[in-house]
Design a protein around this ligand. Sequence first.
Ligand code: ADP
Ligand code: MG
Length: 550
Amino acid sequence: TAAAESQPFQAEVAELLDLMVHSVYSETDIFLRELISNASDACDKLRYEAIAHPELIADGAPPAIRIAPDKAANTLTVADTGIGMDRQELIDNLGTIARSGTKSFLAKLTEAKDGANLIGQFGVGFYAAFMVAEKIVVTSRRAGSDEVWVWTSAGGSGFEIAPASEEDARRVARGTEIVLHLKPDAAKYLEAYEIERIVREYSDNIQFPILLAAAEGEPRQINLASALWQRSKSELKPEDYAQAYKQIAGAFDEPAMTLHYRAEGRQSYAVLLFAPSQKAFDLFQVERKGKVKLYVRRVFIADDAELLPAYLRFIRGVIDSEDLPLNISREMLQNNPQLAQIRKAVTGRVIGELETIGEKEPETFAKIWDAFGPVIKEGLWEDFERREKLLALSRFTTTSGENRSLKQYVDDLKPNQTEIYYLVGDSIERLKSNPKLESARARGIEVLLLTDPVDAFWTSAPLDFGGKPLKSLSQGDVDFGLIPLTDTDEKKDEPEADAATTIALIKDALGERVSDVRASQRLTASASCLVAGGDARDRALERLLAQQNR
Ligand code: ADP
Ligand code: MG
């Protein structure tokens, strides 16, 4: 047999493990959830691959997860009969973190008092086992392969990879066995009741049976092993949904929105979707990938099927179709008309549900909007069809207050006001002291203060809400003429003749540097301000684009 070979961890992994070993995290329980979740993913993948290659499960053993505590050896084993890993997969999957944002995550983790929540959010899953284990031995056989490989690490800077002994190879007929050599203070994880408690708390909704091995007698199934989204709403409690959310999304927060229904008709499918109440790390990654999982008749198919538009990528959960073919390929997913229908219908339902929460539970909605508003607003730019609905959903900080909807804005229009005014900038503070607000303020006109980077984009296209066009105060002519002054301190406009002389003088002095100089109604106290021409791009967008071109 070949000799064991040592390999270094990727630098980020080494740093992460160092943090795990040297920090005290109170929530160490999550390691088991992470290992079970990986085992369940592996069972999902096996079932999926077996659709095209039934010989992979020819032995008839259904995918399952087994947990075996061994007090004498001080080890806890988590084994699955899922897809398994070959040598290269062991090296790649258990030696690197392939995710962007790892650096900023590690920085946050260093600062955080208790990183368990962050660990779960970021999904460093497997490595969480180093919170409770001083050494980990992973023995794995890729389904259908003759080779079995053993990955061993005591944390630190690297791991060893070696072919399995005959005995180990015989034991691991398919899938992955993970043996944790527990730290002295982690012995409680050898108690059956502790294991059952954690599984009940975090993993009850895992679809595959979780079997707990006993010192004597047969192993016992300790989870429900049913797909929660297939059960009827009436038999489910909020706690059940919260747990399903945490398990499906790998999250620790409570769901701010739960949407569970079954569509029947031209197509049948079950939908279980959640909006988190906390922001995820990777929300603003360039790929903007969604995370809703596609199942076909209880079989996991893909978690990158783009079941919702990118601006709803924060939504987590499952869509389980009764009609799609099980052997649907990744390429087919992209242009499948049935899936397109589902996508359209579910997108409408999600937006409808957000609307309802906005009306009936403004506090909950404020949480969702705080966390995901900037993402949802991408839809104002991208989803022409639903722009009106998304505008209605949007909340704004305005000169009148926070969390204002456009409906509220329009209800509070001043006499003769026919437009919705806004200003785009970097911060609310700076916008509030912008001289361009002065005249609006003098007339008591509400102005939207837009400070998210995405605001510069969606405002660059002409928009209206309820027949009222949106208008930037920093672009072109703003005519407040017919809107009466409420602030009586404002002086009457200077006579035209005087203005004309002044303008001529200024034009002369500035020459080519400006395209025009005009008298403005925008200002009351300040002498002048710079604005973009009527058809020129908004200044904030110009700045953003200039930044990106640097
Ligand atoms: P994540 O599950 O978010 O991908 P993890 O750190 O939990 O991150 O796992 C890393 C990778 O290791 C997984 O994506 C998977 O490819 C592989 N892996 C982990 N555990 C198993 C297992 N029991 N069976 C097969 N592959 C596994
Ligand atoms: Mg995982």
